[in-house]
Each structure stands twice: as structure tokens, then as C-alpha cells.
Write a protein that binds this ligand. Structure first.
Ligand SMILES: [Zn+2]
Length: 324
């Protein structure tokens, strides 16, 4: 087998970026793909009872579509249902009569993002509130939710979806097949809240958040640590309300030590904590304080901060964002 580069970009390519009022150093060499690999010839996601995605040689008279059977080159016909067969990104067009192509909505380039792990809880065990912790110094546009395993498929509660909207999140990435319950009689409550579409409405004109996107069926490695990061949503230039996607997560490196930070005066704490995209933890991300006594700053560090259980509880969202 030939060695092939998989995942990593050019080596030692780091960038100093200004995100809002903060300078951060981003590791551009090692983006982490949050996409599931789709192997057409093995087990694959088939949510909502969908058929498997397929890939077959394109056959015409005189051409078998496969080098293995005598053709001059390989050429496949692919059949896929983006919503059901793998990682995909969708727009509000998922719910409207008029088309809204995800391709038109998905922003190019890097997005300030936040990775957050949550623990599903039984719907009967929570009375939802949107009582989140107050302020966050950094304003992520994208939220990546990694859900712990649960006996049944978790989904977002209405309150959680509302809280996410209230915190200005435009792009939501989840490792679930859907924001909503698999069978919810077509209500798609969390989708509607997130895209800003009232129950029963199906006109594009009625969509209040047409720039929002949802990415489902992502695969979020355990190795990633909760915290601020940058996200890039990569998609093909296909029409449709949903397209296969490859979300790339870029970790933040050391703080831009020694570099003047714009905005707030730099403090020692900012430096030590990397302050990555924001010094002051809290808010939706519940970005926790730097764990005490962690003298050695790990390098590729989403890990500059650890989200303590107590802080998680305090912020509400983490505990109740998903219902099993
Ligand atoms: Zn979908």
C-alpha cells in the first residue's frame, strides 16, 4: 500500500489569527476531521430506515467502469441519501417548500467554535430551563456537541435548542443522526427552533435564521478536549438542502504570548490560560477555568481548560441539552 497522507496538512503551519479582540495561534497542520468515513461496501449509517449508500461501476456498452474488469479507468455511480447515510450539513431548506441550498448557506473559511461534551439525561428526569450561566468573553459562532453514549438515541430538548439560539450559535454540529427524536410525528421541534421556523410553517419567507446550518452524524473523537477551537465546514458544491460534509476542527496552540492583545489589557492569567478565544469562561460553553495547578501547558490545547463537573452543572446546558 502506498503511504498516503491522511488528514494532516502541510507541516509546521501555524497561524496567528485575530478572533474578535483576541490573538490566537492556530495549528493549521493538524485539522481533525469530524466526518464519518463512508465505506460503500461495509456497514454504514442508514438512519430513518434508509437504504445504504451505494457505489457501482458506471457501465455502458464497451466500458465496464472498472479497471479490474478491463476498463481503461474506474468510474463509479454513487447513490447516497445525505440525511441518512453519513455526516452531512443542512440548511433551513430541510423544512421549506422553496429550496434553500446548503451550499449557499455554509460559510467558507474558519469559524470561532466551541466543543462541548454533554451527558444525556432521561426526559423524565429534567424540568428544562434555559437558565444558563451568564457571560462568555468569547462569542463562538459554531457549537460542536459531543454526546455521551446513552441507552436510547438522545435528542435536543426545546429549551436546549432555544438556549443555543440565544447564545448566537449559527452553526451547530452534533454526533447524532438528528437534533430531534427519530420519530416525533414530523414536528422536528429542535430543527424548527434552531432555524427559526414556527410549527406548521413551511415557507422560506418565514425562516428567521436562514443563515443557520446544522451538521448531523458527525464523529467527534474522544481525544479532543472541550473548549474553544476553530471550525471549517467543508462541503461539495452540490445543490440540495443537505450535502455530505467534512467538518474540520482546528486546535488552538499556545497563547500568543508576548503579543499585544487587543481589547482588554493583558493579564497574567490571560497568558497562562491561553485565553484562547476568551479569557473569561462561562456562558454556553461553560468553558471552565484552567484546572488548578496545571503548570505545564499542553501543546495542542483545546486542553488548556478542563470542564469541571461542577461548572458543567452550573451552566445547565451540558446537563440538559440532550434527552435520552
Ligand atoms: Zn439531517
Amino acid at each position: 500500500m502506498l503511504p498516503v497522507r491522511h488528514g494532516d496538512g502541510a507541516q509546521d503551519l501555524n497561524a496567528l489569527l485575530r478572533v474578535g479582540a483576541r490573538d490566537v495561534i492556530v495549528d493549521l497542520s493538524h485539522p481533525v476531521s469530524l466526518a464519518r468515513e463512508l465505506d460503500f461496501h461495509r456497514a454504514q449509517p442508514q438512519h430513518f430506515g434508509a437504504p445504504a449508500a451505494t457505489s457501482q461501476p458506471y457501465r455502458t456498452p464497451g466500458f465496464s467502469g472498472s479497471v479490474a474488469t478491463g476498463a481503461s479507468c474506474n468510474c463509479e455511480v454513487i447513490s447516497v441519501i445525505p440525511h441518512c447515510n453519513g455526516t452531512h450539513t443542512e440548511s433551513a431548506g430541510h423544512l421549506t417548500r422553496e429550496p434553500l441550498d446548503a451550499e449557499r448557506v455554509v460559510p467558507s473559511g474558519l469559524l470561532p467554535a466551541l466543543l462541548l461534551s454533554v451527558v444525556p439525561v432521561a426526559a423524565s428526569d429534567v424540568s428544562e430551563t434555559s437558565d444558563l450561566a451568564a457571560q462568555t468573553a468569547f462569542a463562538p459562532q459554531a457549537l460542536i456537541i459531543r454526546s455521551a453514549r446513552a441507552p436510547t438515541l438522545p435528542y435536543l430538548s426545546r429549551d436546549a435548542a432555544q438556549a443555543i439560539v440565544q447564545h448566537g450559535i449559527e452553526h451547530l454540529v452534533v454526533d447524532l443522526p438528528s437534533l430531534d427524536r427519530e420519530h416525533d410525528e414530523g414536528r422536528l421541534t429542535a430543527h424548527r427552533v434552531f432555524f427559526g421556523l414556527a410549527p406548521g410553517d413551511s415557507s422560506l419567507q418565514q425562516v428567521r435564521r436562514p443563515a443557520a446550518t446544522v451538521t448531523e452524524l458527525a464523529l467527534i473523537p474522544e481525544s479532543l478536549t472541550d473548549g474553544p477551537c476553530l471550525l471549517e465546514l467543508q462541503i461539495p458544491a452540490w445543490r440540495g438542502d443537505a450535502v455530505p460534509s467534512r467538518p474540520l476542527l482546528y486546535a488552538l496552540l499556545e497563547p500568543a504570548v508576548g503579543l499585544p492583545q487587543t481589547g482588554q489589557p493583558e493579564s497574567r492569567r490571560d497568558r497562562r490560560n491561553c485565553g484562547a478565544i476568551g479569557g473569561n469562561p462561562g456562558g454556553i460553553g461553560g468553558i471552565a477555568e484552567q484546572s488548578a495547578g496545571s503548570g505545564a501547558s499542553p501543546k495542542r490545547s483545546l486542553a488548556h481548560r478542563s470542564v469541571a463537573q461542577a461548572e458543567r452543572r452550573q451552566m445547565g446546558l451540558a446537563e440538559t441539552v440532550l434527552r435520552g
